[in-house]
Design a protein around this ligand. Structure first.
Ligand SMILES: [Zn+2]
Length: 380
């Protein structure tokens, strides 16, 4: 049965937003495919490790929020403990003070502020800002360097070899730049990947805090009103279902983007790549670019051809998935310069597109130092 949506009364901008969301809905929700191992051997293990470490942290947050909110962490104490002040980032000592205060406070005496403090304590304990920055850089650097690895190997490694390389790669962009011969454009990719991944992880951490504070508040208000509602456990399960998925999206998307951009930056101008978009749930756009051969060109070159060429920094950000936009009361086709195009990195979040080099990579063996490092790493 056809479904008609009447968006006639919306403004031009609201119509375009609605169209954009409808088209993106086809590409941003990978269904259960999000949890499938990644098709690229180069970043498969990295994505699983980063996912597991993040999910472990989120599971600890979930368990602790439940325990604090239900009063399970109370430890009777003879002496009253002073409430710590509110802080943005806590030191280990300040965390310890907050923990002792909350443990000593009998559950019946908890105010809403104490509950909010317990959420902040849990988030600061399991998702501390400095560790999350290090975690995101660990991932983005290795994924980006896996682009250089692909550009320097005659053919993709088997997974055991990819694991050896992954384990030997540096964990920070600064260390990578110091250790290897990294061109300015490769350095730029390392830095963009580092900052973008850290931004996404920070946004997710903020979201955890906000969602947990809201969830606990909602739970307490329902208790006050004498409403049964769903149990706290059910509410947390719902929230963490979403948060786990958001973490997985960062793993898949940031690793894929850093690796494909890293490869593009590491190959000489004129190299040919073949796009591979073969995975469950690939969207219509990605299916269309599967198998396309692209030539790597200099980002500063004039007359670049968006259909057959890729370059570092060529993304779909700011472009539209929808083929039409609203002008006045009618829908008109968008121009090619407004639409998604063949990106050097991923087409959109959750995209699992990758490149294979056509023929042997022209860089294979050229960077003697890197080649020697690869050889010695692989032969361990
Ligand atoms: Zn897609």
């Amino acid at each position: 049965m056809p479904l008609f949506l009447d968006i006639q009364h919306l403004s031009e901008a609201a119509t375009d937003d609605a169209l954009e969301h409808m088209y993106k809905a086809h590409s941003h929700d990978p269904g259960d495919g999000a949890w499938m191992p990644h098709e690229s051997i180069l970043i498969r293990r990295l994505i699983e490790l980063f996912s597991k470490r993040g999910l472990d942290r989120l599971a600890a947050v979930q368990a602790d929020i439940q325990a604090w909110t239900l009063g399970h962490k109370h430890k009777p104490s003879a002496a009253p403990v002073a409430a710590p002040g509110m802080l943005q980032r806590w030191s280990a000592d300040e965390r310890e003070l907050a923990r002792i205060y909350l443990e000593a406070l009998p559950p019946a005496q908890w105010t809403l502020d104490d509950h909010m403090l317990s959420v902040d304590l849990v988030v600061q304990t399991y998702l501390p800002a400095e560790e999350m920055v290090a975690e995101s850089q660990w991932m983005s650097t290795r994924a980006s360097m896996m682009g250089k690895v692909q550009a320097n190997l005659a053919k993709p490694p088997i997974s055991a070899v990819a694991d050896l390389i992954l384990a030997a790669l540096p964990s920070t962009a600064a260390a990578a730049i110091q250790q290897f011969n990294i061109s300015p454009i490769e350095q730029a990719v390392l830095q963009f990947s580092r900052v973008r991944c850290a931004e996404n992880v920070r946004a997710l951490t903020d979201d955890v805090r906000h969602r947990m504070r809201s969830t606990v508040l909602q739970h307490l208000e329902q208790q006050l009103a004498g409403e049964a509602g769903s149990s706290l456990q059910t509410k947390l399960l719902d929230q963490f279902g979403t948060l786990n998925r958001d973490w997985r999206r960062i793993a898949v998307t940031e690793a894929g983007e850093a690796q494909t951009m890293g490869l593009t930056a590491s190959l000489p101008i004129g190299s040919k790549l073949k796009r591979i978009e073969q995975y469950a749930g690939a969207c219509a756009f990605c299916k269309k670019i599967d198998g396309v051969i692209a030539t790597v060109v200099d980002p500063t070159a004039s007359d670049k051809d968006g259909e057959t060429q890729i370059w570092v920094g060529k993304t779909n950000i700011g472009r539209s998935a929808s083929p039409r936009k609203r002008v006045g009361d009618v829908l008109v086709p968008r121009g090619p310069d407004e639409m998604w195009w063949l990106p050097a990195g991923l087409a959109h979040p959750h995209c699992r597109g990758r490149w294979i080099v056509v023929g042997a990579p022209p860089t294979a063996g050229k960077d003697q130092e890197f080649a020697a490092w690869l050889t010695s790493t692989i032969s361990q």
